[in-house]
Ligand binder design. Structure first.
Ligand SMILES: Cc1cc2nc3c(=O)[nH]c(=O)nc-3n(C[C@H](O)[C@H](O)[C@H](O)COP(=O)(O)O)c2cc1C
Length: 177
């Protein structure tokens, strides 16, 4: 069975991104082996950690988690028209040490959400750009930008029917891709 990692770009406990991720985890049940890859424990990237001073255990574990999956679903909010710093940090940590980029040759689905109207489009685009640069295979169609996310989830955090149907079709296309 395919191994798919899920990365949530928000560190917030009640994060909408986390709720979107949970829905995707449910939709993938029985179709893939799913595991969350946590980005919250990674110290800020410092190149000295890769050669000059001891590499943090969190880096070693994170890079090994990335290596253990075939594909990754990234769900991100937008911070000031780009991805949150924690997610950019994770991208940097996984891209190094030089010559050992753990993101390469994997397949990616990137989804963004926002309680506002603009849906995290800026963040999503930049995540896709970085993953493409890192030699990842990013699914570019269909695109998923979830605007007004607070209106798309019920009180249990499950997508409302129309959104669930749409995301289910995206997940099916991602498995095909
Ligand atoms: C520092 C900061 C910057 C933000 N900038 C944007 C933004 O550029 N665009 C946007 O749609 N929402 C922005 N927001 C609002 C987030 O979309 C909102 O907090 C959202 O709930 C974050 O996702 P989460 O629930 O997964 O943490 C910003 C929030 C923070 C804390």
């Amino acid at each position: 069975m395919r191994k798919i990692g899920i990365i949530v770009g928000s560190l917030r406990k009640d994060s909408y991104s986390g709720k979107v991720a949970k829905n995707i985890e449910t939709l993938l049940k029985g179709k893939a082996e799913v595991k969350y890859i946590d980005i919250s424990k990674l110290p800020l990237y410092n190149q000295d950690y890769d050669g000059v001073i001891e590499t943090p255990k969190a880096y070693v574990e994170f890079r090994s988690e990335l290596s253990s999956v075939d594909a990754i679903v990234v769900v991100t909010p937008e911070h000031n028209r780009t991805m949150p710093a924690a997610l950019k940090n994770a991208l940097d940590v996984g891209s190094r040490p030089y010559g050992k980029n753990s993101w390469k040759h994997k397949t990616y689905l990137v989804l963004s959400q926002s309680p506002g109207n603009l849906s995290g489009f800026g963040a999503s685009n930049e995540v896709k750009m970085v993953l493409s640069f890192l030699n990842g295979r990013v699914m570019h169609q269909p695109e998923v930008y979830l605007a007004n996310i607070n209106t798309l989830l019920d009180e249990k955090g499950v997508f409302i029917p129309d959104t669930l149907k749409f995301i289910d079709s995206v997940v099916a296309k991602f498995l095909e891709f």
